[in-house]
Ligand binder design. Structure first.
Ligand SMILES: [Fe+2]
Length: 264
């Protein structure tokens, strides 16, 4: 269906399946069948295993380290399963003569600490959020287009600290901003360097909130369009038994970026 919609590119914001690699690889193989070019930003459920996720949630370095072995091969297996699809992260992608996309930190779990630090250090030389911000800033500085779009698994800090903000924390009673500070730093650097940051597309923080309600999925701030595409589940059956599929259509026309939810 997506192939018939005439899109130039399909972006996936990550967390392709659940906790098991088998499911992730199955989804990646389906994505590989698309004829439309594909970019996938891996999420915290893509390559990290349950032990690492628990380690991150509990703040246990021992568990994170114990689970870390095999993260690289799991990530590479996902990249292979995607076929011609590109697994992004700390990378720059040309989207036309006047627009480039900076793919931010892969596998982000959100919040004020660096998720899966041993893996990011081994794979990307990133051992801290400051390292990550520096790496993203270097990517921005290497861009040649006047307009930039950022792709993340989780969005940046700075969009609000209420539970229903685009990347607000809905799993703690005190709420808070659960965005990625390194991504906010890179965006601020780009703006300061005279780039036009036209948009930021990410996911991770589900639209449906714990405790009820839905978060905002789109916001505009100082000329930048922020999109949280994490409607979960993306495919569901409605009240009359019809299967529905969700995605966000992003259009770049005459120097203007727009986003619209599409439900088929
Ligand atoms: Fe996630």
């Amino acid at each position: 269906m997506i192939d018939g919609a005439g899109y130039d590119l399909v972006l996936f914001v990550g967390d392709l399946a659940g906790l098991r690699l088998k499911g992730t690889l199955a989804v990646a193989r389906v994505i590989a069948q698309l004829r439309t070019p594909v970019l996938v930003m891996p999420g915290n459920h893509d390559a990290p295993n349950a032990m690492q996720l628990l380690g991150e949630m509990w703040g246990s370095r021992a568990l994170i380290r114990l689970g870390e072995r095999g993260t690289g091969p799991r990530r590479d297996a996902i990249a292979d399963a995607l076929g011609p699809g590109v697994l992004a992260g700390y990378s720059v992608h040309d989207l036309g003569s006047d627009l480039q996309m900076v793919a931010a930190r892969p596998h982000s779990m959100g919040g004020p600490s660096l998720s899966f630090a041993p893996f990011l250090a081994a794979r990307y030389g990133v051992a801290s959020l400051q390292d990550s911000a520096d790496k993203l800033i270097a990517l921005v500085d290497g861009c040649t287009a006047p307009n930039l779009l950022f792709l993340g698994h989780n969005g940046p800090t700075g969009l609000g600290d209420r539970r229903d903000a685009l990347w607000g924390c809905d799993f703690r009673s005190e709420q808070g901003d659960f965005g990625d500070p390194d991504l906010e730093a890179a965006i601020a650097h780009a703006v300061g360097a005279g780039r036009r940051v036209v948009g930021v597309v990410a996911g991770h923080m589900h639209h449906r909130l714990r405790g009820g309600g839905h978060r905002a999925w789109r916001a505009e701030q100082q000329g930048t369009l922020f999109v949280n595409a994490a409607r979960v589940p993306r495919i569901w059956t409605d009240r009359v038994g019809v299967e529905r599929r969700h995605h966000v259509a992003i259009r770049w026309t005459d120097g203007v970026l727009t986003a619209q939810e599409e439900i088929w």
